[in-house]
Write a protein that binds this ligand. Structure first.
Ligand code: PLP
Length: 357
């Protein structure tokens, strides 16, 4: 992986530091990283956890959301957003996205609220912040919690503020492929809610605050010292790497702008982290094949929306239940994006893509 080539020396030092410390769970590296990442997100607290799915799960648990409760989720997201709700024992209630931003459409949220609704999970999909002011306003009116799924949006800004401090709590993933990725699994919760942060610390550590004293039936979901040490090194260049992503996005937007493609729409209040760069076209599969034949690898995020997955077949949803999510699954294509791709490579993608249209 190119990012780890660039940081090889720093990562080796982080490994040595941890190895020599002789302390591998809940020690100084995690403590330091939590402070540094909380500061980065402009949040009061950060609690390291095992992964992004568990970050969302523990937030729901800590708010007492479970059996009989409903949580609003986008119809088009990575399935982990939904799974976190089921994991807590509650029911995900999908709401369709805005067709331009691909994020949950605030205008459709109220129709999905019932007496059972307890929270809204807003996903900053593809690295672009959801419309948090609109979502927070609806949530306040109906007394709901707002949880950010910020797994794709480390460092993105909404009206100048970082993701991770835009709702009641946020879940981050440090899966290796994310903008801030570990060398394995990892995750974190950020929040300004001190009570929530304390609860999550206890829940993720067997329900224990003091060793061998268990207050609640908890889980084991902790960020390793080693991963925290790596993440501290990778946090340092995150802004610079996100800027490189933004430059690539600009190059795509400039050189593809005249064509029949649907390009990402970025509202002026939002500063995306450009986790991926998606284009939309009815003949997506053909475009993907043409690019593939030219040696350019692309991905589809995501080919099957959660409601059509086998895992959710007992919920009774069928083709047509969430047409916007389905259309996105059929038409979106993620072009090469990352901090270690150069302008020449992007130019090649644009040329081949333009010819294929
Ligand atoms: C990656 C991702 C997750 C899950 O994170 P893990 O660390 O892999 O568990 C959740 N939501 C979204 C939107 C993601 O992209």
């Amino acid at each position: 992986m190119a990012p780890h080539e660039e940081l090889k020396t720093e990562l080796r030092e982080a490994f040595d530091r941890t190895l020599n410390s002789g302390w591998y769970i809940l020690g100084n590296e995690v403590k330091q990283f939590e402070q540094e990442f909380a500061d980065y997100c402009q949040a009061k607290h950060c609690v390291g956890v095992g992964n992004g799915l568990e970050a969302l799960h523990l937030i729901l648990r800590a708010y007492g959301i479970g059996e009989g409760d409903e949580v609003i989720v986008p119809s088009n997201t990575y399935i982990a957003t939904w799974l976190a709700v089921n994991y807590a024992g509650a029911t995900p209630v999908p709401v369709e996205p805005d067709e331009r931003t691909y994020n949950i459409d605030p205008l459709l949220i109220e129709a999905a609220i019932t007496k059972q609704t307890k929270a809204i999970i807003a996903v900053h999909l593809y690295g672009q912040p959801a419309d948090m002011d609109a979502i927070n306003t609806i949530a306040r009116k109906h007394n709901l919690k707002v949880i950010e799924d910020a797994a794709q949006a480390h460092g993105a800004r909404y009206k100048g503020r970082r993701t991770g401090s835009l709702g009641d709590a946020a879940g981050f993933s440090f899966y290796p492929g994310k903008n801030l990725g570990a060398l394995g699994d990892g995750g974190a919760v950020t929040t300004n809610d001190t009570d929530l942060a304390n609860k999550i610390r206890v829940l993720g550590n067997y329900g224990s605050r003091v060793k061998y004293h268990n207050e609640v039936k908890g889980f084991n979901s902790r960020l390793d010292e080693l991963q925290a040490a790596f993440l501290r090194e990778k946090l340092k260049p995150l802004d610079a790497w996100n800027e490189r992503r933004a430059k690539i996005a600009k190059q795509y937007l400039d050189c593809l702008s005249d064509k029949s493609l649907n390009l990402p729409y970025v509202p002026d209040w939002c500063d995306p982290a450009w986790h991926v760069f998606v284009i939309r076209h009815p003949y997506r599969d053909r475009l993907q094949r043409t690019l593939g034949d030219a040696g350019i690898g692309t991905l589809v995020h995501y080919p099957i929306p959660p409601h059509l997955q086998m895992a959710y077949q007992d919920n009774g949803w069928t083709k047509g239940s969430f047409p916007i999510a389905e259309q996105m699954a059929n038409e979106l294509l993620s072009l090469p994006m990352g901090p270690h791709i150069n302008a020449w490579q992007i130019d090649q993608v644009c040329k081949i893509l333009t010819k294929a249209l």
